[in-house]
Design a protein around this ligand. Structure first.
Ligand code: PXL
Length: 376
């Protein structure tokens, strides 16, 4: 069991508009991670043009005192994740906090939230971009979108499809800033598909995760992504797994919002939180269908995956029911589980339709004290 993780996120509070701290805190909590906050500013709403302006109270002057207090209390964090920062001075303060307030091995996760769709957000200039590039250089993980990546590396931005050679060159330039890993968001190599590149700078390893493009541009999705990514990393996922889960979460949030014209200022990420909780908190067990050529094989596979082998189990439907309920050394009695049946088709053919049907009825039955979600 990994220790309970505590992170600090530093970004603004936009009171209305579903971005920055009002999304980061609930999302990180839903991941099962303690989310401490340091608000960098309070705004009436985010700075997106559809709001016709905003109020802005700068909290820069409060930040050093708060950090010093935590230091005196010996409060340290397993990660510091930064989003929208209101000024160059705040970037310097963040750097100092990353020096002083991280546990050994604690992660520096920087989302350089300052631009999108080819343009800087209101209030930022190139001097800010330069300082943000320096902060990115000290980070373990940076999460720029394409616009931010171009600004950080002084690369011309263009809309539409990108060539892989262009993206690779951009990743190299981002790595040259000093960051250890880059999650580059929002790249498209073909119409209708959009995705993220996950790049390990030291190893030169590059992996992609693409999904169908949802034809709607939505505010605050970068913040939702970064918070889910941070939460998943803290729950022990690899950067690639965390990025994939964060992307699934963002797509689900956009889908939940798509039909609601009134909801133009953000996404209804609240409706997608169960996806995160489930993925990070409900244990996943995987049956290997290629090992199942008979009913006896199926029960042996269930034993292998869901028991610790210390007890001989009855190879029948009622024993299957008992094992799914838990208490056989792999999951607790009554605990919800996810069961993924890999190579299902192959094993279903060997078992025959009637047998598969009987097995599925038991697996999916929620009336007898087990709660098993089947993925095929
Ligand atoms: O979602 C990024 C963000 C965060 N905070 C504020 C913003 C924006 C984007 O516009 O205006 C205040």
């Amino acid at each position: 069991m990994t220790a309970y993780k505590r992170i600090l996120t530093i970004q603004d509070i936009s009171c209305v508009g579903q971005c920055s701290l009002t999304v980061a805190q609930p999302i990180i909590s839903a991941c099962g991670v303690e989310a401490c906050i340091l608000p960098s500013a309070v705004l009436s709403n985010h700075t997106g043009a559809d709001f016709h302006g905003f109020t802005f109270r700068d909290l820069t002057e409060d930040m050093p005192g708060i950090a010093a207090k935590w230091e005196r209390e010996k409060i340290y964090f397993d990660a510091i994740y930064t989003g929208y920062l209101g000024s160059i001075r705040q970037i310097a303060l963040v750097k100092a906090m990353m020096e002083k307030l991280l546990n050994p091995g604690g992660l520096r996760i920087v989302d350089p939230a300052m631009a999108d769709n080819g343009a800087l957000y209101t209030g930022f200039d190139l001097a800010f971009v330069r300082e943000m590039a320096a902060l990115c250089g000290e980070a373990d993980y940076i999460l720029p979108n394409l616009t931010e990546a171009c600004l950080l590396t002084d690369t011309p931005y263009h809309e539409g499809l990108w060539e892989e050679t262009e993206v690779k060159a951009l990743l190299k330039k981002l790595a040259a800033l000093g960051a250890k890993h880059v999650i580059l968001k929002g790249i498209s190599y073909e119409e209708g598909r959009i995705g993220n590149a996950v790049y390990d700078c030291a190893r030169g390893e590059l992996r992609y995760d693409f999904t169908l493009r949802v034809p709607r541009s939505s505010h605050g999705t970068g913040d939702c992504f970064a918070a889910a990514f941070t939460g998943a990393m803290m729950r022990g996922k690899s950067a690639f797994e965390a990025s994939k889960l964060a992307a699934r979460f963002v797509v689900a949030s956009i889908r939940a919002t798509e039909d609601d014209k009134e909801h133009w200022y953000g996404v209804k990420f609240e409706l997608a939180l169960p996806l995160l909780t489930e993925a990070l908190s409900v244990p996943l067990f995987e049956l290997d269908g290629s090992r199942i050529a008979s009913l006896e094989d199926f029960y042996a596979e269930i034993d292998r995956v869901l028991t610790d082998g210390s007890e001989k189990t009855g190879h029948n439907l009622s024993a299957l029911d008992d094992i799914l309920r838990g208490g056989f050394g792999k999951h607790a009695y009554g605990q919800q589980i996810r069961l993924r049946w890999n190579h299902f088709e192959e094993s279903a053919e060997a078992l025959g339709e009637a047998t598969v049907f009987r097995l599925l009825r038991v697996i999916l039955d929620r009336e007898t004290g087990h709660d098993c979600k089947l993925e095929i």
